[in-house]
Design a protein around this ligand. Structure first.
Ligand SMILES: [Zn+2]
Length: 158
């Protein structure tokens, strides 16, 4: 069962499941809002992490990643789908990037696809959802999703 309500000016989807009630945030499509830069996140922002997980789950058929500003929070938090699990990155930064290439991407917040430049391999530092510092290298598709979502944090839409 799925309900859509208006609460504090925001539209929310409410999904009733066997695990309880899941809140699904509306996807922001207003480019002026998406172009605002996000600010660093802190331990008080864990509800945003949960909302990202729930909203990504609701869109999993056609969405592999999401940035917090796509659901209305201008904080540097992204989530990416790695198939079997989702990876949350808080305040992620790309330190190194290798092997640029041209590609075309779509976005849940936009209609159609746009051309962009990405790097095959990136080294990223970030805080995980327990606020532990992580440093990791990603390649190919996961690296592409991270670059796309990090652009969102900077207010860049493809
Ligand atoms: Zn996007």
């Amino acid at each position: 069962m799925y309900l859509r309500i208006k609460y504090l000016g925001m539209s929310l989807g409410i999904l009733f499941t066997w695990k309880g009630i899941i809140m699904i945030r509306e996807i922001i499509k207003d480019e002026a809002v998406l172009q605002q830069k996000s600010v660093p996140a802190g331990p008080g922002d864990l509800q945003i992490v949960q909302d990202l997980k729930d909203t990504l789950l609701a869109h999993k058929e056609h969405c592999v990643g999401m940035a917090a500003n796509m659901i209305g929070f201008h904080k540097n938090i992204i989530i990416i789908s790695l198939g079997v699990f989702n990876l949350v990155m808080i305040n992620p930064k790309i330190n190194k990037k290798f092997k640029p290439y041209e590609t075309e991407e779509g976005c849940l917040s936009l209609v159609g696809t746009r051309k962009t430049k990405r790097y095959h391999s990136i080294e990223v530092t970030y805080l995980d959802e327990h606020f532990k510092q992580q440093r990791q290298t990603f390649s190919d598709f996961p690296a592409q999703i991270i670059q796309h979502e990090l652009d969102h944090c900077q207010g860049i839409i493809i």
